[in-house]
Design a protein around this ligand. Structure first.
Ligand code: ADP
Ligand code: MG
Length: 376
């Protein structure tokens, strides 16, 4: 096993945050509006040049390491290796021969597979660290885009661009209103008044997560193709007006129709929610979160019993103004807007209720909004 050095001995250390998303779920790959932010829970990656033709990567979370030759970057049988190998591979595509041998140690206080995008934090952290270590000159957009490509080609999740964008472009105390088609974004002050963000980790990750994610993406493409036969002007599903979708009720299979309706409605919800936030209407903002959750449950069908239980539970608590599942779904976290004076009380009553119902312990995570990936 590789020695874990003290920080001083490393050439480059990078901190790469997880992300939350307030609203605009499952719309990034349909070119919609999303409202993510980077958080104060991070992966720390420490890099050293090793003057060989290999890279050695050690993850403290998995208590394991792997070694790979730079001339032989192929997929691994072990999933977590692929996020890293994929990034190295795609940097080589863009900027050949810049990466030389290196050692990397990873440690993280981000929960894995819980919808706070430890995957994008890992990819972008590796890309940023190597960019600094070997002075490669990659731009932020290149880091975002190649990290996404790594996840597509080496891991096999056909993710959108939101997670990587938020991890790289996050700004302390701000949300990013991102148009996933143009990649233009606007900073929205994360001013929730008396309310704090509390994540509740269900600690379940149903194994549908990856396969169903790709199915949803295909369903959205199918819907857009059908709409394009009548309306060729739309290049992205999220651009379509929900009323136009309704014209296809009898034409599209029911599930495909529901997916399309969800995407177009959710896209609008993001913009309505931002208006509420800018008008300091936190209650109104929270209502959009609840509506988003209902869409994710009934039309997009990516929720699960554990997530629904947690969101439903908050309906009777007047100090919670909004809640919904967050991330890909089928487990992971809910995001809740909770009055600052009641966060403890909230956790103290919902944790035993969840434990009693599912016999699983709930992990609350209090998050604040922080900067994107950066060199320490
Ligand atoms: P999420 O992105 O919501 O956390 P994913 O399933 O997309 O969930 O990504 C989780 C995967 O990312 C893990 O199963 C693992 O393969 C990889 N990963 C995340 N953090 C680490 C880490 N600290 N060390 C090694 N691999 C990690
Ligand atoms: Mg992920």
């Amino acid at each position: 096993m590789m020695n874990i050095n003290t920080e001083k001995e490393y050439d480059v250390v990078v901190e790469s945050p997880g992300r939350i998303n307030l609203i605009g779920e499952h719309v990034d790959y349909s070119g919609g509006y999303v409202l993510p932010a980077a958080i104060d829970k991070k992966i720390t990656l420490s890099f050293t040049k090793n003057n060989t033709d290999c890279c050695t990567v050690f993850s403290e979370n998995f208590r394991s390491q792997f070694k790979i030759k730079l001339s032989d970057l192929t997929r691994s049988e072990i999933e977590w290796h692929n996020y890293i190998i994929g990034v190295v591979f795609h940097i080589n595509v863009l900027k050949p021969n810049k990466i030389k041998g290196f050692d990397c140690t990873i440690h993280s206080n981000l929960p894995l597979g819980s919808g706070v995008s430890s995957s994008a934090a890992l990819e972008c952290g590796v890309a940023k660290g190597l960019n600094e270590l070997f002075e490669i000159g990659l731009t932020d957009i290149e880091i975002i885009s190649l990290s996404k490509d790594a996840e597509h080609t080496f891991v096999g999740t056909k993710c959108g661009i939101m997670d990587q964008f938020a991890v790289v472009k996050g700004k302390k105390n701000n949300l990013l209103l991102l148009n996933c088609e143009t990649l233009k974004h606007r900073l929205i002050p994360a001013d929730f008044g008396d309310y704090n963000i509390v994540l509740l980790n269900t600690n379940v990750s149903h194994n549908l997560a990856t396969s169903e994610y790709n199915v949803r993406r295909d369903e959205c493409n199918t819907a857009l193709e059908a709409i394009n036969t009548k309306y060729p002007k739309y290049t992205q599903l999220a651009q379509v007006n929900p009323n136009v979708i309704k014209e296809f009720k009898k034409i599209l299979p029911e599930k495909t129709f529901n997916r399309a309706l969800y995407v177009t409605k959710e896209n609008r919800r993001t913009l309505y929610a931002v208006k509420c936030l800018e008008n300091k209407d936190i209650k109104g903002f929270g209502e959009w979160l609840y509506k988003s959750h209902r869409g994710l449950t009934s039309l997009f069908e990516v929720s699960c019993g554990e997530l629904d239980f947690l969101v439903d539970y908050t309906h009777n608590l007047n100090y919670v103004v909004g809640a919904r599942m967050m991330g890909g779904g089928f487990g992971g976290c809910t995001i809740n807007l909770v009055h600052k004076d009641f966060c403890k009380q909230f956790i103290n009553i919902i944790s035993p209720a969840y434990q009693e119902r599912f016999n699983i312990s709930l992990t609350p995570i209090l998050v604040t909004i922080d900067n994107g990936v950066s060199k320490v």
